[in-house]
Design a protein around this ligand. Structure first.
Ligand code: CTP
Length: 404
């Protein structure tokens, strides 16, 4: 991950909920990413978890009382509010949400909220009946109208044995929201369509043709696009990966399903990145019953699948869009990629040498070369996360030049 959090001052408000112990881990993650974390605890939060835990994990002073004994900081709420790049309140209890909705200023956290102009993320955690109560729901609507980002809690079995919405959101999701808040957003208001993973072409109910794509590169692109402010649709072939937070995922199986979904979704997208490894062929016949081995022929008759990327490159509105393709090559890398760039009418193509170690299918790293009509840029051998960020940096440059 690029060091989005490094050096950023995050005010972290902890309030009175049993989930307070979970955010000790969040503070630890933020500190490891070199964020500067100032924790403010409400009085009831301090009944659930000791301030010392947060002081040890953040390596910083933990704030509690509104009127500190320490006269060196008489205006802590103003100083903290001004220094903040972001304010996160997690877990946010029903009580704190109600106080914030009414603009109360009777403790250090609520005064800091009023005094800051940094983005505010609120992560509710409470019993599901309390969460679903009209009072809490109206208070949450108010906070959203103030411009605060209120994160929907997860659903499931709670500490009080009730089952429903109200569990503190998981760190993986919270992290994505925090990263989006603190990232540059070149894609704000833009719809980005990304394809990922392999396709599967059935032979019979048990067998299929496919390839080694894991989908990791496309999913990393979806995460990076979300962080960059985009409205992201991910059309994914079969993978074992979780849908990235904030991304609309449409799951498909065959190249033909991917074709029809992409064609429909492409109408509203201004940026399309085709990282899926689409099967170029499918069996001419799909058997409805499993073929017994005594009856299996030794050759399989195939027919071509539609080339989705090629079709996108021929659309009437092609010039209103940015179109990025991928290529996996094992020889004459640059020459082969250039042929595809021209034939498919792309803005640029991201190519990797699948024979190179640590590059391409299944692994967590990649070594990509970006090729457009004029240039060849060799990206470093790095994580797929970082590769995704660098690819989107190139897309953002094209977008900037287009809208200039
Ligand atoms: N692609 C597509 N539809 C297909 C095949 C490929 O949209 N039916 C897209 C892929 O998502 C990728 C690019 O086209 O962005 C890959 O180009 P392609 O020519 O298919 O590459 P290879 O399959 O590697 O081709 P070849 O086997 O000829 O090298």
């Amino acid at each position: 991950m690029a060091k989005i959090l490094a050096g950023k001052r995050i005010i972290f408000g902890v309030t009175g909920s049993i989930a307070a112990f979970k955010v000790a881990g969040w503070v630890s993650h933020l500190a490891k990413e070199e964020a500067l974390v100032s924790v403010i605890m409400t009085e009831s939060a301090q009944r659930f978890i000791a301030p010392l835990t947060f002081a040890a994990l953040s390596g910083e002073k933990v704030y509690g009382a509104m009127f500190a004994d320490d006269m060196s900081e008489p205006m802590a709420h103003i100083d903290l509010a001004q220094a903040a790049s972001l304010l996160v309140i997690a877990p946010a209890s029903a009580q704190t949400i109600a106080r914030l909705a009414h603009g109360m200023a009777d403790d250090l956290l609520s005064t800091t909220v009023l005094a800051t102009r940094a983005p505010i993320i609120v992560c509710p955690a409470m019993n599901s009946k309390m969460y679903l109560h009209q009072a809490t729901q109206e208070n949450i609507t108010k906070l959203r109208n103030f411009g605060y980002i209120v994160v929907d809690p997860d659903s499931g079995m709670m500490a009080c044995k009730d089952d429903g919405p109200g569990r503190l959101v998981e760190w993986d999701s919270a992290q994505e929201i925090i990263l989006r808040c603190l990232s540059d957003k070149p894609f704000l208001g833009k719809k980005i369509l990304i394809t990922a993973g392999p396709t599967r072409e059935a032979i019979d109910p048990a067998r299929f043709l496919s390839n080694r794509s894991s989908g990791k590169m496309g999913y990393a692109l979806a995460r990076a696009a979300y962080r960059g402010g985009a409205d992201v649709t991910l059309v994914s072939g079969p993978t074992t990966l979780e849908c990235p937070y904030g991304v609309e995922r449409i799951e498909v199986e065959t190249a033909e399903e991917m074709y029809s979904t992409v064609m429909e979704k492409s109408r509203e997208a201004s940026i399309i990145i085709k990282s899926a490894a689409v099967s170029d062929f499918r069996p001419t016949e799909i058997h409805t019953q499993k073929v017994k081995k005594d009856n299996i022929k030794t050759s399989l008759e195939l027919q071509a699948n539609p080339d989705i990327l090629f079709e996108l490159g021929q659309q009437a509105d092609r010039n209103d869009k940015i179109l990025v393709g991928f290529a996996a090559e094992s020889a004459n890398i640059e020459k082969e990629a250039r042929k595809k760039l021209t034939r498919k009418n792309l803005d640029f193509i991201a190519v990797n040498n699948i024979k190179e170690e640590g590059s391409g299918f299944g692994v967590d790293t990649n070594k990509i070369t970006l090729i457009d009509a004029e240039d060849t840029i060799h990206l470093p051998h790095t994580s797929k996360e970082e590769t995704a960020r660098l690819i989107l940096e190139s897309v953002a440059t094209i977008l900037k030049n287009k809208t200039r």
